[in-house]
Every structure is written in structure tokens, then in C-alpha cells.
Design a protein around this ligand. Structure first.
Ligand code: BMA
Length: 315
């Protein structure tokens, strides 16, 4: 057993919770809801923020409902959620449960990868949008038992790249990488990040869309440890992937950057969860990290990009 790391106190709180958290609750939703959380968010080239909110209905169905903002903090819901296909195939694989959207802008087109939950477990679906107003369902892009799909914002070595989290039979699941020439057919799959000694023992998976830095692709991800009462606790962590071969982890923080400690992260529809589906890098290198608290409310934390990079290297 190696010695535990002694962390510097100055690095303890590099992700700072927004003082007005939560930024969205069920009361902000134009329809009846049990919660709004794990929402994807993107800042458009025009400087507008669009959040695709995961809204949970009273009957525990999930939908994606856009909300707009000029400052990335105060969001206003649009009148309607995104309309999904009314086909037998779509119903077969979703049961009205589609959630945890991640939005990526690639070559001028927005893509949303999201979890589709139905009687055949969970798989990934893809939406395409020219403007974050009109959304078209492009199909299912994984087999069963896969979730947390996140597209990189550019092709690497001529291929689209996706992080995701297939489950393993033993209830564990780790971050994987897959590649595609056309966003439909995926392959060359490879595991990226398994458990590590200090935390994230049970499972981990992608969170926000990877952020390109000089050092590599910065990934803000989630990882789960299990408390003695068999309670899952969801944390956020950071790691750095190689720019040219993003299946390679080049650095990884030994401690989470955010753990559930506030009331709104500890208590809700699920206990002790912080979970991200989107982050925005501002021109001053502040990173807005959007995250769900306790599977119930939508929250915001900010961090300096340099601090997140340093955290990857444990410095
Ligand atoms: C994960 C996902 C998230 C959820 C989390 C905690 O597996 O399904 O949507 O926030 O569990 O319940």
C-alpha cells in the first residue's frame, strides 16, 4: 500500500459553488416536475447559453427541456420540451425516459448524446441541431447497457471520438473510448479509465464535453465510491487525455474536485450525488461547471482552468 497523499489546503476548494445554488429547481419548469438536474449546457458562438435540462416528471419519466440564458446563471425555460419521435422503435427503447444530454458543437452543427432507458436497459441516442432550436433524432448509436456518451468537439485522426460508460456484468462500469467515421457506426473501442486507489472504486464515467488545452483533453468526469451502508456517493474528478490519442490518460487527479456536501447535493430523489453533463470555458478561462445535485436540482460551480489542469497532475 502506498502512502496517502497529503494535499495542500490551498487546493482544497478549486471548484467554487455558486452562492445562489441551485440555479434551477422543479418550480422553474413550466410543467409539473419532480426535479431538474444533470443538464447539458453549451455557449453558442453568438454568446448565448443554452441548457438542455433533464426534467423528471411526476411519473418519473425523463425529458429534455431547453432553457436559455444571457449570463450562464439565470436560465429561462422555453415553453415546450424537445419533441422526440413518436415511432414504435423509439418507444421500444425509451419508455419515455431520455436523459443526461451532452451537447457538442462540431464543425458548426450541434450534437446531443443522451441516455435512452427502456425495457432493454440503457443505450445512447443522438440528436442533431443546426441552431439549438430545431432538433432531429438521428438514431441510437450504441448497443444496450451503455450511457454517459460524450462527443469530442473535433475529429481526431479523421474520426469522431466518443467517451461513454458501458456497464460490466458485476455492477461496475468504467470510461471507454470509441471512434466513428460518421457518428452512426462506432468501433475501435477501448477502456480509458478504470478504478484508482484513492477514490472512484465502484464505477466512473464521462461528464462534461472534453476541453481542449495545451496539455491535452481535460475531462471532468464522475466517479462513485461506496460508503459502508452500501450507499453510492457520486463525486466529480478531472483527468487529462492525450491530444492525439485520447484513449490514453496522461494525468489524473487523486482527489475529487467536487463531492456532495451541501443539503442540495446530499438530499433529494437520490442521496449524495454531484453529476455533470456540461461545462463552459469563458474567455477569462473561468470554467462554469453545471451539475445536478442529488438527482433533484440544477447547480453551478466555477473553477479556474489552470487549477483544473494542475489538479490533474496533483500539483
Ligand atoms: C447514474 C446516472 C445519472 C444519475 C446517477 C446518480 O448512473 O444514471 O443520471 O445522476 O446515476 O443517481
Amino acid at each position: 500500500m502506498t502512502q496517502p497523499i497529503v494535499y495542500s489546503k490551498s487546493k482544497e476548494d478549486i471548484a467554487v459553488r455558486y452562492s445562489g445554488n441551485p440555479i434551477l429547481t422543479k418550480d422553474d419548469v413550466p410543467g409539473a416536475a419532480k426535479g431538474v438536474y444533470n443538464s447539458g449546457c453549451i455557449k453558442t458562438p453568438e454568446g448565448k447559453y443554452v441548457m438542455l435540462c433533464r426534467v423528471e416528471t411526476p411519473s418519473m419519466k425523463q425529458m429534455m427541456w431547453p432553457a436559455d440564458s444571457d449570463n450562464g446563471i439565470n436560465f429561462t425555460f422555453r415553453p415546450e420540451p424537445i419533441k422526440m419521435p413518436d415511432t414504435e422503435e423509439f418507444k421500444e427503447y425509451t419508455y419515455g425516459m431520455y436523459y443526461d444530454p451532452r451537447v457538442t458543437l462540431i464543425d458548426g452543427t450541434y450534437y446531443v448524446v443522451f441516455a435512452c432507458h427502456g425495457g432493454h436497459s440503457c443505450r445512447l441516442g443522438l440528436l442533431e441541431s443546426p441552431d439549438m432550436k430545431k432538433f432531429t433524432f438521428k438514431g441510437f448509436i450504441s448497443e444496450t447497457d451503455n450511457r454517459n456518451g460524450v462527443l469530442f468537439p473535433e475529429k481526431i485522426n479523421g474520426l469522431y471520438c466518443r467517451l461513454d460508460r458501458p456497464n460490466t456484468g458485476d455492477g461496475q462500469g468504467y470510461m471507454w473510448m470509441s471512434y466513428s467515421p460518421d457518428l452512426t457506426y462506432w468501433g475501435k473501442s477501448k477502456v480509458v479509465a478504470i478504478t484508482q486507489d484513492e477514490w472512484g472504486w465502484k464505477k466512473n464515467g464521462p461528464g462534461a464535453v472534453p476541453i481542449k488545452t495545451d496539455d491535452g483533453w481535460l475531462v471532468i468526469y464522475h466517479a462513485v465510491n461506496v460508503q459502508c451502508s452500501a450507499q453510492y456517493v457520486y463525486h466529480l474528478g478531472v483527468m487529462m487525455l492525450d491530444l492525439k490519442d485520447p484513449s490514453k490518460v496522461i494525468a489524473r487527479a487523486k482527489a475529487p474536485i467536487l463531492s456532495p456536501v451541501t443539503d442540495y447535493e446530499l438530499t433529494g430523489l437520490t442521496y449524495a450525488v454531484v453529476f455533470t453533463c456540461g461545462a463552459v470555458v469563458e474567455p477569462n478561462n473561468e470554467v462554469k461547471i453545471y451539475y445536478g445535485g442529488a438527482d433533484t436540482v440544477q447547480c453551478l460551480a466555477t473553477a479556474k482552468l489552470d487549477d483544473l489542469i494542475d489538479a490533474c497532475y496533483n500539483r
